[in-house]
Write a protein that binds this ligand. Structure first.
Ligand code: ADP
Length: 161
């Protein structure tokens, strides 16, 4: 049976770190759904529609991956799409405690999906969307950190285009 994994997150915006995990995930699973969720704890810079578009643009012609937005519980969404795994990226130790908690909660809510963690390459280990937004807001360059289409959208958001 083909194995589908859900890669959930805010992707506000997608970075090279997210792409790194997607490519690694596709080497293990038959297909991936990138799930763009509404995180009630975070006030996003980009709308869900903008985030979906940016991920689709960044993926280009990469096959076997679909981008879908969702609201509500990640475990519910994973069940809905028939995922056998939830894919997450692990950066520094700082991610660990939160991810551990989420994994145990998701396991209770949807035991059929195993959460799988992948680590990015060294150059992406310290990369996160908040840092990228901070850099752009202060006039810095983020070309090395995000896909090309995202650079433009960030500049527009921060009025520097
Ligand atoms: P969330 O709001 O759920 O943390 P994010 O969009 O920040 O969503 O991240 C989604 C997933 O991608 C998380 O598992 C996160 O750890 C992972 N991730 C984000 N940036 C990186 C990176 N630079 N390297 C590896 N994984 C990453």
């Amino acid at each position: 049976m083909p194995r589908l994994a859900l890669y959930p997150g805010s992707f506000d915006p997608i970075t090279n770190g997210h792409l790194d995990i997607i490519v690694r995930g596709l080497a293990i699973f038959d297909s991936l759904v990138v799930g763009i969720g509404e995180n009630i704890a975070k006030q996003p810079l980009f709308s869900v529609e903008e985030r979906v578009e940016m991920v689709r643009d960044a993926l280009g012609e990469i096959p076997n991956v679909e981008v879908i937005s969702y609201s509500g519980l990640t475990a519910k969404f994973a069940e809905q799409i028939g995922a056998s795994a939830i894919l997450r990226g692990l950066r520094a130790i700082s991610d660990f405690e939160f991810e551990f908690q989420m994994t145990l909660a998701n396991r209770k809510l949807f035991p059929k999906a195993e959460t799988v963690f992948l680590m990015p390459c060294l150059s992406n280990v310290f990369l996160n969307s908040s840092m990228v937004k901070d850099i752009v807001s202060m006039g810095g360059d983020v070309e090395l950190f995000v896909p090309p289409g995202v650079v433009e959208r960030l500049k527009i958001k921060f009025g520097g285009a």
